[in-house]
Ligand binder design. Structure first.
Ligand SMILES: [Zn+2]
Length: 1245
């Protein structure tokens, strides 16, 4: 800006001289240069001189107002004189070197002019070498800035000119270098690469790259870059293989690796690896690579590189190559179909389950030729230059519902009311008149007991589901059971009459007299006595032991453990009889160990200390192990006293009434003891630098050092008779034969490393993700590595700070009965176990993923449990419901009905909670009956246990004594189905029910036999719609495995239309904004809740999910899915922390509080608050629209994560489960290979 002024002050401004020269040049152009070659030479030489000597001159030429560039380029275009051309090329080169923007030249057409001169010059008899050199130098600079460079080069014929020049200048380094630089740009275009390959350029490059040499390193570097680009073409890769260059490349790479001791030529070494990587993209390349011992060569060299951080790019690319060349392993299973099969009442004729079981016998579904199916090894002849333009398009949008008909609520009148009338019995509160009630000292007992089941599991089964004939009756298990326990379990001598809160444990093996203990315990409760008299109980002497004897207790426990495994036979039979679960059907595992229940016996005996220690107070501190007060160490916590809804004995009682396909007879300790959320924070795990590389190298090492591999199967569910494989060797012992357990196989790979395989959902061949298993026999202080090797999703929160959960029985005995986040070196990556196309829904060439974690155990003879998330079994639900009912006060109306029975013979509870009417006056009864309904469901997906914990929070709040809870009960009638998929939960499924289907995709047309819980829940809603009482809010609780925070999905026509391209009339878009109110309130009151993660878009893939069907068919505007992260939060008060049951339960309670606020908002006459809220919401909306990516359901929270992407980049894996509600999203794996690094630290924003 100031320049002219300053120049003027100096008197003779230099820039004016340049301008003057440019003016002369322009005139020469105008007059035709042919006439005055000398003048043009002189003027251009002078300009060059000025630019070389005075920085300002360059700036003046390039300045905005100047026409300098045009003048220079036009001279270049017009001149026929080599010297003038050279001068101008030098000028351009100077200008570019000085840092002026290349884009300006490109926009003025410099590329075309240069190619034109190149072609003209090449046709001369003896082209000027200097001119060729300058032309290529400039082209090399311009090329990367011109997106059409490759195309222009090809069309102008320049490719051959450059190639011919190179062929004749192999020893002319000075000329060769710029040619290679240009070639490097040419070959970024695939079509060019193919054409260059045909002209022998691949072979040419192999003449240029050499073993280690200190000379010409920049030449070698550029040649390798160009070669790497060329080899992206599969035909060129094939040429390299055919030319026997793979061993040569390996040898040269090793030569550089050995000699480049100071790592000065990392880029050259990387260049070799990129060439190898591109060659091994084709199957033949992998074969030749392996034949050349490439795995060992790269493994050894990379191992040497590992400690040097600057060599990370080498390690990354080498491991990519090794991973793609790693011979495919067979998943160690006989079939990928679930180890358990449940005979469905009627056969699927079509659909996945039918396909699964109609396969001819002998078909191997674990592997097929899917890996041999080589991608066609020809290049697609499309120009890649426009690719970048297209990459921006959001392909994920394809799932948005664009059919306006489907976006409008449509009540389906197809069911006659006569058919729905039967559901009236579940809505007694709508007709109840309370005439028999005495409201002065009212107990609503008469109300509840008349229609509901009581808490005992046995009697709850007496209330038969409503009559929709199913084949359940055919199964011997479904013969209605007698209600008395004696009839039910005849082999058990009932020593005490079981009460709901303290009933006898099935601990027939226990060395102690349980009756006594129970009596003591009951008495203890009644009298609130401090410590019961220990008379006669052997272990009670332990109470008098000095504190130092904690260790002896551990030994004792170990002894008990030993006893258990030795004396299983007798115990087993007794148990089987006692529990009554083995009588029906054939016992699949009649002779196996029953560890847990017997263990329970052993441990129950230790509960003699009763409650009342300082136990509860130190549960928050981690240092309690050493404090070892008598009570603290010796006592088994009486969790019944500490957890309001927990009672171990009641739990066992509930388990007896639970039906599982494998007929489990064991109880896992964590479910028995219960879980007390730790008070300490559990932050996201910081990822250790390079953890994934090192894990992958360990995996590859299996191939390099096969002698270290044990490959010993230690647990195998496919051996029905005896899954736990006993041996005297030093192996961990695994077990998962208890409710919600899921582990199919454990293989000891190395001394302290195990490969674990999860079982598919019953009647399916995939869907595994949930795990829950027991480990024992560990060494203290030794770090074990566990690999779950058949994970299916392409990415996981385990790459973003989530840890697995562990429950230690020793810790529980020590006073800390709790699940804790644990595990180090956690990562999740694609492995070398291929998925058959049968398993991958027809897609070929897919692999499984490995979740790996390490754990160092701190207690000897411990029994530890690992789980995907906080377990919450069906029996736990029954126990909680029973305890919740007991919290009833005269003011609370609670009824528990059995909605129906599941395929597996488990009852599906339906709760009704509201407040009793104030009196039986007409007004009060009227108010009571007319309360709006809130309809809540949860746990349709068994693997999403967090949904149950949120539901627990909701239920506990609803049964609470706070004024808020009372207000809420007075405001609404709650209808709650807390577990829509009990069978899935019981059997350790991740996603499906026994029908092998995702129940949350059955809402449009639920089958009463195959999907009874969905069928009847939908019927309830249809009934309500019929009687004009559709709920105000419907919400289905879920868990989300790939996003953080808690958030909601809702349904909005408007927002769906906004997100898509469909045109809609304004009448289509008239929509009440009310659907946003509840999530908005939640975002204000619940710290874990994130409005930014919410979405109100209707997707096609969800058209048969609860939320969409209830919205569309029942007409509930506020119909939601509430998703809770399995991992944790990245905003709000819990930012950086993993989520725990406390936060989940809190969320459930806050959901209730939000409903109360919603009531106040909707109840206001003038709606002023609501309007305020809505304007607030509209503000958010416009924001949302401008950056619409935030609301799209499929979007993943996590930024691209380099190391993770690294290992899945080998194929463009997309999640095949597009129907997956939970972040199934299309996870893109951008090819970041050239910047591969271990920079985990960057992955968070
Ligand atoms: Zn779900």
């Amino acid at each position: 800006m100031n320049k002219p002024k300053m120049a003027a002050e100096k008197g003779v401004p230099s820039n004016s001289k340049v301008q003057m020269l440019l003016g002369q040049l322009e005139r020469i152009n105008g007059e035709g240069m042919v006439n005055d070659v000398e003048a043009a030479r002189q003027v251009t030489a002078k300009i060059l001189h000025l630019i070389q000597t005075q920085e300002k001159s360059g700036k003046e030429v390039m300045s905005k107002g100047s026409s300098g560039i045009e003048v220079i380029l036009s001279s270049l275009e017009n001149t026929r004189d080599d010297q003038t051309t050279l001068n101008i090329l030098y000028i351009l080169s100077e200008l570019l070197t000085a840092g002026h923007r290349m884009g300006v030249f490109v926009s003025k057409g410099v590329t075309g002019i240069l190619f034109h001169i190149l072609m003209t010059t090449s046709k001369e008899l003896a082209p000027s070498e200097e001119l060729m050199l300058q032309l290529h130098s400039l082209l090399a600079k311009v090329g990367p800035k011109d997106r059409k460079f490759g195309l222009k080069a090809r069309l102008s014929g320049a490719l051959n000119v450059t190639v011919n020049l190179m062929k004749h200048s192999l020893h002319n380094t000075k000329l060769l270098l710029p040619c290679l630089q240009v070639l490097r740009v040419y070959s970024t275009n695939l079509v060019n690469s193919v054409s260059l390959g045909k002209n022998g350029v691949v072979e040419l490059m192999f003449k240029i790259v050499t073993p280690y040499s200190k000379r010409n390193t920049s030449l070698i570097k550029v040649a390798l870059d160009a070669l790497g680009s060329l080899l992206k073409s599969k035909t060129n890769a094939r040429r390299a293989v055919d030319g026997k260059h793979v061993p040569v490349l390996l040898a040269m790479y090793m030569d550089w690796h050995r000699n480049d001791t100071r790592h000065r030529h990392m880029l050259i070494r990387k260049g070799f690896l990129i060439c190898l990587r591109n060659i091994t993209n084709i199957k033949l390349g992998r074969k030749v690579f392996n034949e050349a011992d490439g795995m060992r060569i790269l493994f050894n060299s990379s191992t040497e590189c590992l400690p040097v951080r600057t060599l990370d790019p080498l390690v990354s690319i080498a491991s990519l190559i090794m991973r793609s060349c790693f011979p495919k392993n067979r998943l160690p299973l006989p079939t990928i179909k679930s180890a358990f099969h449940y005979q469905l009442p009627h056969k699927h004729v079509i659909g996945p389950v039918a396909q699964l079981y109609s396969q001819p016998a002998g078909v191997d579904d674990v592997v097929d030729d899917s890996d041999d199916n080589e991608e066609t090894e020809a290049d697609t002849e499309n120009d890649t230059e426009n690719e970048e333009d297209e990459k921006d398009h959001n392909t994920a949008n394809e799932d948005i519902e664009t059919d306006l008909n489907k976006l409008h609520p449509k009540k389906s009148p197809d069911r006659p009311f006569e058919e729905l009338r039967v559901y009236e019995r579940f809505f007694l509160e709508l007709s109840e008149d309370f005439q028999g009630c005495n409201f002065e000292c009212s107990k609503s007992g008469s109300t509840t007991s008349s229609s509901s089941t009581t808490s005992s599991s046995a009697s709850s089964r007496s209330s038969r589901p409503i009559i929709v004939p199913t084949a359940q009756a055919l199964s011997p298990k479904h013969v209605p059971k007698a209600t008395s326990q004696e009839d039910c379990y005849p082999t058990k001598v009932q020593r005490t009459q079981p009460s709901p809160s303290a009933s006898s444990t099935p601990a027939s093996q226990a060395p102690l007299e349980l009756d006594t203990i129970h009596r003591i315990k009951d008495q203890d409760k009644k009298e609130e006595a401090h410590i019961p008299s220990p008379d006669g109980l052997a272990t009670l002497s332990s109470l008098t032991r000095p504190p130092s004897q904690g260790q002896r207790i551990e030994q004792e426990l170990a002894h008990v453990l030993d006893c258990v495994s030795l004396e299983e036979e007798g115990g087993l039979n007794a148990e089987g009889g006692t529990w009554g679960v083995k009588q029906a059907g054939t016992s699949v595992n009649g002779t196996r160990l029953i560890q847990s229940p017997l263990l329970l016996g052993g441990i129950v005996t230790r509960r003699v200390g009763g409650g009342g220690s300082n136990w509860g107070s130190d549960c928050g501190s981690e240092g309690t192990e050493d404090e070892g007060g008598e009570g603290a160490v010796l006592e088994v916590p009486d969790t019944a006293l500490l957890l309001s809804l927990h009672d171990p004995d009641l739990y066992v009682e509930m388990v007896k009434g639970t039906h599982s396909v494998p007929q489990y007879a064991e109880v896992a300790y964590p479910d028995y003891f219960g879980h007390i959320a730790p008070t300490f924070r559990e932050p996201h795990l910081e990822r250790v630098y390079g953890v994934q590389s090192s894990k992958i190298f360990q995996d590859i090492e299996r191939l390099i050092h096969p002698n270290d591999i044990l490959d010993k199967v230690v647990y195998d569910l496919d051996i029905r008779s005896c899954p736990v494989i006993e041996d005297e060797g030093e192996s961990l012992k695994f077990n998962s034969q208890f409710e919600s357990g899921n582990l199919r196989k454990a293989v000891q790979v190395r001394k302290y490393e195990y490969d674990l395989v999860l079982n598919s959902d019953i009647n399916t061949n995939h869907y595994h993700q949930w795990f829950y298993f027991e480990v024992s026999g560990m060494r203290v202080g030794t770090t074990y590595r566990f690999n779950i090797i058949n994970c299916e999703k392409t990415n996981s929160q385990y790459n973003y700070g989530m840890q697995v959960l562990m429950y230690s029985v020793q810790e529980a005995i020590g006073g800390r009965p709790r699940w804790v986040r644990t595990g180090t070196d956690i990562c999740y990556y694609k492995n070398h176990f291929p998925r058959s196309s049968i398993a991958a829904g027809g897609q070929k060439g897919k692999s499984y993923y490995t979740l790996t974690f390490s754990k160092t155990f701190s207690h000897k003879d411990d029994v530890c449990y690992f789980a995907y998330h906080y377990p919450y079994t069906y029996s736990t639900l029954k126990m909680h419901l029973s305890k919740l009912e007991a919290l009833k006060t005269p003011q609370i109306y609670i009824r528990q009905d059995v909605l129906c029975e599941t395929l597996g013979g488990n009852s599906c509870p339906l709760l009704t909670i509201t407040a009793m009417p104030e009196s039986n006056s007409n007004d009060h009864i009227c108010q009571f009956r007319n309360r709006p309904l809130i309809f809540l469901t949860a746990r349709v997906h068994p693997g999403e246990t967090n949904a149950s914990w949120v539901m627990k929070g909701t239920l506990e709040f609803l049964m609470g004594t706070s004024p808020l809870a009372a207000n809420l009960r007075e405001a609404y009638i709650f209808k709650i189905v807390p577990m829509l998929n009990p069978d899935g939960v019981v059997n350790g499924n991740h996603r499906c029910s026994l029908s092998g289907e995702d129940l949350n995709r059955q809402w449009q047309n639920p089958n009463p036999e195959l999907h009874p819980t969905i069928y009847h829940t939908k019927s309830l809603l249809q009934y309500l719609a019929h009687i004009q009482r559709a709920p105000l809010v419907f919400c289905d609780y879920h868990g989300h495995s790939r996003k953080k925070n808690v958030f909601m999905y809702g349904c909005s026509v408007k927002e769906t239309v906004w997100q898509s391209n469909i045109s809609a009339t304004s009448s289509d878009l008239q929509e009440d904004l009310g659907y946003r109110a509840l999530p908005k309130i939640l975002s204000q009151i619940a710290p874990a809740f994130s409005m930014a993660s919410c979405s109100f878009v209707v997707e096609r893939s969800k058209e048969s999910a609860a939320r969409v069907v209830v919205w569309r068919e029942i007409g509930v505007q506020r119909s939601y899915t509430m998703e809770s992260s399995l991992c944790g939060c990245d905003q709000g008060k819990y930012k950086g922390l993993q989520i725990g049951t406390r936060e989940l339960e809190e969320m459930g309670a806050q959901f209730c509080v939000a409903l109360l606020r919603l009531k106040r908002l909707t109840g206001l006459r003038n709606h002023q608050n609501l309007l305020d809220l809505e304007s607030d919401i509209i503000g958010t909306q416009s924001k949302v629209v401008s950056s619409c990516s935030t609301t799209y359901v499929m979007e993943e929270d996590e930024p691209s994560f380099l190391e993770a992407i690294d290992y899945s980049a080998e194929s463009n894996d997309e999640d095949p489960e597009a129907e997956n509600e939970h972040g199934s999203g299309v996870h893109k794996n951008p090819d970041h290979l050239d910047q591969l690094s271990d920079s985990e630290t960057n992955h968070r924003d």
